[in-house]
Design a protein around this ligand. Structure first.
Ligand code: NAP
Length: 249
C-alpha cells in the first residue's frame, strides 16, 4: 500500500483494543500521525502506541470517554497541540449490551445509544471543522452487518449501527462541497473481545451463516479503512462497505 496518509493526522476512537487498535496501527504504517483514543484501557492504549513507535511512526494515546462532550473537546485540543488539525476521524468506539427486547431496560438501551451514536455526535462535532478544511478530509464510521440485518438480542445495538447509515449519507452531502468524504464500514463478526463475549453456541450458529466460513480478523477490516482514509478513495462518498464474508450484500 502506498504511504498516502503520510503526514496526515488520523484520530481513531476506541483504539486501545480490537478493530480500532488495528486501524490505528495500519494508518500509522501508512505514515499518519495517529491518535489512539481510549476510555479506560490505558495500558493497552500505550501498548498500541509503543507498537506504532517501534515501527518508526508517530502516535499518542488520549483518554476521552466519547459520551463526554468536555473530554472529547479536550481530546481535540490535545490533538491540535501535538499533531495539528485532524485530517481523518474514524468513529470506531462501540459497545454492546445484549438482551432480548422483552428483557431490555431503558438503561441498556441508553448505554448503547449514548456510546454508539452519542459518541459519534460528540467526536464528529469536535473534529468537523478540521475535516471540512483538510485537503483530503475523511470521516469514517464503523457500523456492523447487524445494522444491515438486525440480530436477535441486539435491538439497541442494531438500531445504533443502522443509524450510522443515515448519518454517513447526510454528512457526505453536507461535506461534499469541501471535497471531504464520509463513508461507513460495516464489518461482519470479527475476532475481538466483543465477539469473545458472545456465548460459544451462538458463535457456532453465526459461523454457520458466513459463506467464507470464518470470522473476520481485525486486519480484514483495517485494510478497507486505510483505503477509505487514503487519496485513492477520493471519489467515494456516502458509501456503506460490507466486510462480512458474504453474509450480506
Ligand atoms: P472491543 O474489542 O470491545 O473494543 C472496543 C473499543 O472501544 C475499546 O478500545 C474501548 O476502549 C472503546 N470504547 C468503548 N466505549 C468507549 C467510550 N465510551 N469512549 C471511548 N472509547 C470507548 O470492540 P471491537 O470488536 O473492536 O469493535 C470496534 C467497533 O467495531 C465497534 O463500533 C463495533 O460495534 C464494531 N463492530 C465489531 C464487530 C465484531 O464482531 N467485533 C462487528 C461489527 C462491528 P476501552 O478499552 O478503554 O474501554
Amino acid at each position: 500500500m502506498t504511504g498516502n496518509t503520510n503526514e496526515k493526522t488520523c484520530v481513531v476512537t476506541g483504539a486501545s483494543r480490537g478493530i480500532g487498535a488495528e486501524i490505528a496501527r495500519d494508518l500509522a504504517r501508512d505514515g499518519a500521525d495517529t491518535v489512539v483514543n481510549y476510555r479506560s484501557s490505558e495500558g493497552e492504549a500505550l501498548d498500541v502506541v509503543e507498537s506504532i513507535e517501534a515501527e518508526g511512526n508517530n502516535a499518542i494515546a488520549v483518554q476521552a470517554d466519547v459520551t463526554d462532550k468536555k473530554e472529547v473537546e479536550e481530546m481535540s485540543d490535545i490533538v491540535q497541540d501535538r499533531f495539528g488539525p485532524a485530517d481523518v476521524l474514524v468513529n470506531n468506539a462501540g459497545i454492546t449490551v445484549d438482551r432480548t427486547f422483552k428483557n431490555m431496560t431503558r438503561e441498556d438501551w441508553d448505554r448503547v445509544v449514548n456510546v454508539n451514536l452519542g459518541g459519534v455526535f460528540n467526536c464528529t462535532k469536535a473534529f468537523y471543522d478540521d475535516i471540512k478544511q483538510a485537503p483530503e478530509g475523511r470521516l469514517i464510521n464503523i457500523s456492523s452487518v447487524v445494522g444491515q440485518q438486525g440480530n436477535y438480542g441486539q435491538a439497541n445495538y442494531a438500531t445504533t449501527k443502522s443509524g450510522l447509515f443515515g448519518f454517513t449519507r447526510t454528512l457526505a452531502l453536507e461535506l461534499a462541497n469541501s471535497g471531504s468524504t464520509v463513508n461507513c464500514v460495516a464489518p461482519g463478526f470479527t475476532r475481538t473481545d466483543m465477539l469473545a463475549d458472545v456465548d460459544e453456541e451462538i458463535q457456532g450458529k453465526i459461523r454457520n451463516r458466513i459463506p467464507l466460513d470464518r470470522f473476520a480478523d481485525v486486519d480484514d477490516i483495517s485494510g478497507v479503512v486505510r483505503f477509505l482514509a487514503s487519496e485513492e478513495s477520493s471519489y467515494m462518498t456516502g458509501q456503506i462497505l460490507g466486510i462480512n464474508g458474504g453474509m450480506e450484500w
